[in-house]
Design a protein. Structure first.
Length: 199
């Protein structure tokens, strides 16, 4: 893994927060991996901050451990009601090579509102790598909205691929197993807003 990506993952501390919360809840790695339907190896590497979790995996971990997804991005609860996130302040999670036998992250994402605690929506800026293979279809509770800023993406649900172009919008119930990938000559960029249901 490139050093800059490893450093960013450690700076965010997402893996450490998952491990700490899992231990506090008395859940073993084996049990959490089984409930997430991922391998123990992959979960261990996420907790060890070797590979980043997908947004869907992070949402499912949050649900299973009884927290909101913002638990993994905020350092402390902020009682504020307004958040402004400058372009150079976003918390970024970059994709990298997956461990052997695992489907990797085919996009990078940046949290656009990581300081505000207990919010109902989670907005992300996402860059889809068109050279990466389609990730495994995943599902999670809640609803999801995507607005394509540039490039093309392919949304796959129920075996039906749909192409979306710059300016197109998509809204769906995220309990439907789905996968999204970049297509075309250049990386696609989109705003993705997730609305996880309350735990």
């Amino acid at each position: 893994m490139p050093a800059v990506i490893a450093n960013e993952l450690k700076k965010l501390g997402i893996g450490k927060k998952i491990a700490t919360l899992r231990t506090a809840k008395g859940v073993s790695v084996d049990d959490l991996a089984a409930k997430l339907r991922v391998s123990k190896v992959l979960l261990s590497q996420i907790e060890g901050e070797v590979v980043p979790p997908t947004i869907a995996t992070l949402l499912n971990i949050a649900k299973l451990l009884g927290v909101e997804i913002d638990h993994f991005f905020t350092d402390a609860e902020d009682a504020g009601k307004i958040e402004i996130t400058r372009a150079d302040e976003r918390l970024a999670v970059h994709h990298d090579e997956a461990p052997a036998g695992e489907s990797g992250l085919n996009y990078s994402y940046e949290s656009l509102a990581f300081r505000l605690a207990h919010k109902h929506m989670e907005p992300f800026f996402v860059v889809f790598d068109s050279e990466k293979p389609t990730a495994e279809a995943l599902s999670h509770d809640g609803e999801e909205f995507m607005f394509v800023l540039e490039g093309e993406v392919e949304f796959i649900a129920g075996g039906n691929p749909v192409r979306l172009h710059a300016g197109d919008a998509l809204y769906f119930y995220a309990g439907v197993p789905h996968a999204i990938r970049g297509v075309g000559a250049r990386s696609a960029r989109a705003i993705v807003v997730m609305y996880p249901y309350s735990h």
